[in-house]
Design a protein around this ligand. Structure first.
Ligand code: SAM
Length: 688
């Protein structure tokens, strides 16, 4: 058997498969769900009933997301489209724009006319690293890439329903390897098409001095799970040359274009279909060796069928000549779509569809795929959704969808894009939260032995040292809460599975204060950087208070998700952002609550100099904000939002809500800033 073999494919003669840990999804946000639906969902959920379907946007690595989808969705997904990185070694970016702030109320138009400052940030990396030891063994990047592709495809195939289909979008640099992998996983007989998408027009001249033909296409490999699959034939309009050579007749007065086709077929016949017929009073016989082929309806004779066609105006007849059938252009579906797609243009740099997310694919491309291989209400999955094209198209075409991506910019872009669809159905935003981090920690920092408690201690130490190294801090020992030291400040690294609480902050501050000026590891100033994955709501507000009381300068910094991405770590792309500080002025009038954002600070060090210069007002740093007027169950229910788009760069700074009933409510406000980070704030209100 012919087989593609990559490093690590087999271990002790056994084929190595993907990680198969199924982790529970955490619903962190609901979007567009009415209070009534939300209440019903909660009740059903509490009663153990299956809740209504919600489309799902999942932030996480496909490595953990796909196995976690298996328990619920194995054999249930109708269509998969993926557009993974193509192993190009490039980095791809997300470009945030900082709109100008009008100096005066009259200057409002400045939002629209002035050139915005641009903040380019890395959205994802397309590199597959090999260690020097591996390189020494002859392992190449390609080995790692193909292994990654194989692990992805194995799980995707299991998720497909029996008559489901998968479209794998890939570059011509690696499409041949991908095809071999897909043949292996699906079976070569499940290969349906290799679609060639012409993604750009002809390039001119020599290509960077290399003598080669212009590379202007990408490949989409289409596989089916079994020997039958959903198929809705798609058609293209006829081209002008075809129309002018075939549809050259126009119905006088009506303008309908038509072509002429034969009313006879090959083969002599005896009887009526081989003999003469009356057509408009003329007696006409089929040519020698042919017979009438009129498509008889029940009860018709050949002659009555001809009369009917004449009456319907379907027969073109010049006296003395053979009659022909009139085939109207407007009744023809078009040319059946072939596997060469040259009619779909890429997203234009200035086009209205463009979202500043590199590698965004055109909606028309996805529309074609979704229409061909799925029906309404079918489930569509894309685990590399990027700017959200698949989810948006599935939503617009009334399919259900699950979309996943590793990049926070992808999730943010997709969420905003979906919100822009008029009448978008409710959807949820999920992640694997602490569970993904726990699995990552266990896999990345295995203990070398010892009992359970000792092994756990070893793992924790290795994890903390790894984070400290990324933060460029020196590990220290002998403290309970303090793990490192950087630039004269102490550093605390929170565990992967618990949010930093106010009690933690107090304990850290206390220990810093004790340690200040003592011993060789003691900090010069009483300052602490607290690095955490999650922070309890009140921490950000109250940490300042704790800091003032304990005279310890506390900075709360988020450990970014990129820490889990080996490529980001290798490239030094891990940045620890300090939590933003949001000020909100609430105003209550009877049952109406009005919120006005009054200040928002993100540490200036996190913003590049050229963008910093363009900041005149704190609100320019807000890209999106949303409010949950009645926060209850650890899930943020997005009930109101305002955000910037390229077309509408202005953002509202006020929101209001009328409560149907008096009572005490927790209001949560979530801001996503131009760096793609979110800041949340909770306020308590007593509505009378
Ligand atoms: C080529 S882009 C997809 C573009 C998308 N088709 C669109 O129209 O915008 C590839 C995406 O894969 C994501 N990605 C890369 N590795 C991933 C992983 N391990 N898990 C999930 N997403 C990943 C990247 O963040 C990026 O958004």
């Amino acid at each position: 058997m012919t087989e593609l073999v990559w490093d690590g494919k087999y271990k002790d003669g056994k084929k190595q498969g993907p990680v198969r840990v199924a982790l529970p999804f955490q619903t962190v946000e609901t979007v567009n769900e009415s209070a009534k639906d939300r209440q019903r969902t909660l009740e059903w959920f509490a009663a153990g009933r299956e809740t209504e379907w919600r489309n799902r946007l999942i932030w996480g690595d496909k490595k953990y997301v796909l196995p976690s989808l298996l328990p619920e969705f194995a054999g249930k997904v109708n269509l998969i489209y993926i557009d993974p990185p193509f192993d190009t070694g490039q980095d791809f970016s997300f470009t945030a724009t900082l709109p100008d702030y009008p100096d005066t109320a009259e200057d409002e138009t400045a939002y629209f006319v002035k050139e915005p400052s641009v903040l380019e940030q890395k959205a994802y990396r397309d590199t597959w690293g090999v260690s020097s030891e591996e390189r020494h063994r002859g392992v190449q990047q390609l080995d790692r890439y193909i292994k990654w592709i194989y692990e992805t495809v194995v799980l995707l195939q299991e998720l497909l329903v029996q008559n489901g289909a998968m479209y794998f979008h890939i570059g011509p640099n690696v499409s041949h390897y991908a095809k071999a992998v897909l043949d292996e996983v699906f079976g070569a007989e499940r290969f349906v098409n290799e679609i060639v998408w012409k993604r750009q027009s002809a390039k001119g001249g020599a290509f960077g001095g290399i003598n080669q033909h212009g590379r202007i296409h990408e490949v989409i490999l289409f596989y089916a799970r079994s020997d039958s699959w959903v198929w809705n034939q798609q058609y293209l309009p006829y081209d002008d040359e075809y129309l002018s050579s075939f549809y050259k007749y126009v119905e006088p007065g009506m303008g309908r274009r038509f072509r002429l086709s034969d009313l006879t077929a090959a083969g002599s016949r005896r009887g009526e279909s081989g003999g003469p017929l009356l057509v408009n009073g003329d007696k006409v016989s089929p040519a020698p060796g042919r017979h009438w082929a009129l498509g008889l309806r029940s009860g018709e004779t050949v002659q009555t069928a001809m009369h009917r066609l004449v009456k319907e105006g379907r027969v073109w007849h010049e006296p003395g000549k053979m009659p022909s059938y009139k085939r109207y252009l407007d009744e023809m579906p078009g040319v059946p779509l072939q596997d060469l797609w040259t009619d779909i243009r890429p997203v234009a740099p200035q086009g209205s569809e463009r979202l500043n997310y590199d590698t965004q694919k055109p909606e028309t491309l996805l529309e074609r795929i979704v229409r061909t291989s799925s029906n309404e209400a079918d489930l569509v999955l894309d685990c590399f959704v990027g700017s959200g094209t698949t989810a948006v198209v599935a939503e617009k075409l009334n399919r259900r969808w699950i979309a996943c991506d590793l990049s926070r910019f992808a999730i943010h872009t997709t969420r905003k894009r979906l919100l822009g669809i008029c009448g978008v159905k409710p959807f949820i935003v999920q992640n694997l939260g602490k569970y993904e981090r726990q699995v990552w920690q266990a896999a990345e920092f295995p203990a070398s032995g010892g009992d359970g408690a000792e092994a756990a201690r070893q793992r924790d130490r290795a994890y903390r040292n790894f984070i400290l190294e990324l933060y460029r801090a020196t590990p220290i020992s002998g403290h309970v809460w303090l793990h490192g030291c950087r630039g004269g400040r102490m550093v605390h690294v929170a565990p992967v599975d618990a949010p930093v609480t106010l009690a933690d902050v107090k304990a850290i501050a206390k220990e810093v204060w004790k340690a200040a000026g003592t011993g060789k590891d003691g900090p010069a100033k009483a300052g602490a950087d607290i690095l955490g994955w999650e922070f309890a709501f009140e921490v950000n507000e109250l940490a300042r208070q704790v800091a003032a009381e304990s005279r310890v300068d506390v900075a709360l910094k988020k450990i970014p998700h990129e820490v889990l991405d080996k490529k980001a770590v290798e490239q030094g792309d891990v940045r620890f952002f300090e939590l933003g500080a949001l000020s909100v002025a609430p105003q209550q009038k009877k049952r109406e609550l009005a919120l006005k954002l009054s200040d928002f600070l993100i540490p200036i060090d996190d913003i590049p100099e050229e963008v910093r210069k363009a900041i005149k007002h704190w609100s320019q740093m807000i890209d999106y904000w949303a409010v949950d007027w009645d926060f209850k169950d650890d899930t943020f229910h997005n009930q109101w939002q305002s955000y910037r788009t390229r077309k509408e760069p202005k953002i509202e700074l006020e929101a209001s809500h009328v409560y149907p009933e008096a009572g005490k409510y927790t209001v949560v406000i979530k801001v996503i800033d131009i760096l793609g980070n979110d800041t949340t704030k909770a306020i308590e209100v007593d509505v009378r």
